[in-house]
Design a protein around this ligand. Structure first.
Ligand code: ADP
Ligand code: MG
Length: 276
C-alpha cells in the first residue's frame, strides 16, 4: 500500500468508526507529520483531541437545549487573581466532577457579583461536556414551576423530572423572598435529590439567614442539614467583578458593619447593585 492509499484507508476507517472530528483533522495532522513538526505520539494525541472536542461540543449543544442555562461560563474564563478568597485547587478539583459521582452538593456563598453563578454554571458546563444531564433554575423560578405543576395536579411528576439531572443548579437563594409554601416545595425538591443526585446552590445570605428567607426556621434547619450532609461549601469574600472598574462606587455601596447602619439602608444599597 503506498502513502496515498494508506491515507485513503485511514480516512475510510475513521468514517466507518463514525469519528467525524478526527476525519476532518487527519489530513492537516498527517501533513504536520510529513513536514517533521509533529511526532507520531503527538499526531495520535491531536487526532483523538479533535474527536473529543467535537463530541464535547455536541454534548454541550444538546445539554444547552434542555438545561435552561442562561449563558455559557467556563472555568477558563474565571480570573482567580481577582478573587483571592477562593482556593483555586478546590474549584479546579470540583470541576473534575468526582462530587457528581459521589452525589455531593456544592454551595457558593458570598455577596453579589463575586462569581457564584459563574462557577455554578461552569460546573454545569463541565458536567454537560462529560455527557451528564444538567438543569438550571433560580430558586424563585424553580418554585414557580413546582407551584404550576401542583396546580395542574402534576407535582409528583415534576419532582421526578427535576430529580433526573445529575446536576441541578438552584441559583439566587436570598435575593427574593419565598413564601412558606414555596419553601416547602424547595424542601421536597431537595429531599427528592438527597443522596441521589448533586445540587449546586448559590446564596448571597449566610445559612443563619435562610430561616428568614424561607419563612420557617425549623424547615430551613432541616434543609441545611440535608444539604450539608455531603457538601462542599465555597465561601467567597471579595469585591463584585461587575463593579471592578468602579472602585469609588463600590466603596459607597459597601454595607458597613457599624451598628449605626440600619437594615433598610443595607437593603436599599443591595438593591442598587443589579442581580445579574
Ligand atoms: P454572583 O452570582 O456572585 O452575583 P456572577 O457569577 O453573576 O456573580 O458574576 C457577575 C459577572 O462577573 C458575570 O458576568 C461573571 O462571569 C463575571 N465574573 C465574576 N467573577 C469573575 C472572575 N473572578 N473572573 C471573571 N469573571 C467574573
Ligand atoms: Mg448570581
Amino acid at each position: 500500500m503506498n502513502a496515498t492509499e494508506r491515507r485513503d484507508h485511514i480516512r475510510a476507517m475513521l468514517a466507518d468508526l463514525k469519528l467525524p472530528g478526527a476525519l476532518e483533522a487527519v489530513d492537516a495532522i498527517l501533513a504536520d507529520v510529513d513536514s517533521g513538526s509533529l511526532h507520531a505520539s503527538q499526531a495520535i494525541e491531536h487526532l483523538l483531541t479533535a474527536q473529543i472536542t467535537l463530541r464535547n461540543n455536541h454534548r454541550l449543544r444538546t445539554a444547552m437545549r434542555s438545561s435552561r442555562l442562561p449563558t455559557i461560563k467556563t472555568l477558563q474564563q474565571f480570573d482567580f487573581a481577582f478573587q483571592p478568597s477562593i482556593r483555586r485547587e478546590q474549584i479546579e478539583s470540583l470541576h473534575e466532577l468526582a462530587f457528581i459521582k459521589r452525589k455531593e452538593n456544592v454551595i457558593f456563598l458570598g455577596p453579589p457579583g463575586v462569581g457564584k453563578t459563574h462557577l455554578a454554571i461552569s460546573l454545569a458546563i463541565a458536567a454537560a461536556e462529560s455527557g451528564r444531564r444538567v438543569y438550571y433554575g433560580t430558586l424563585v423560578g424553580l418554585i414557580e414551576s413546582l407551584e404550576a405543576a401542583r396546580a395542574a395536579g402534576q407535582l409528583a411528576r415534576r419532582l421526578r423530572v427535576l430529580s433526573h439531572p445529575a446536576l441541578l443548579i438552584v441559583d439566587e437563594i436570598g435575593y427574593l423572598p419565598v413564601s412558606r409554601d414555596g419553601a416547602v416545595l424547595l424542601f421536597q425538591l431537595i429531599n427528592h435529590r438527597y443522596e441521589h443526585a448533586s445540587t449546586v446552590l448559590t446564596s448571597n445570605k449566610g445559612f443563619e439567614e435562610w430561616g428568614t428567607i424561607l419563612g420557617d426556621e425549623v424547615m430551613a434547619a432541616a434543609l441545611i442539614d440535608r444539604l450539608m450532609h455531603h457538601c462542599h461549601v465555597v465561601n467567597i469574600r471579595g469585591n463584585s467583578y461587575r463593579m471592578r472598574e468602579h472602585a469609588d462606587l463600590r466603596l459607597a455601596l459597601r454595607p458597613r458593619p457599624d451598628p449605626g447602619t440600619s437594615e433598610t439602608t443595607l437593603r436599599r444599597r443591595k438593591k442598587e447593585i443589579p442581580a445579574h
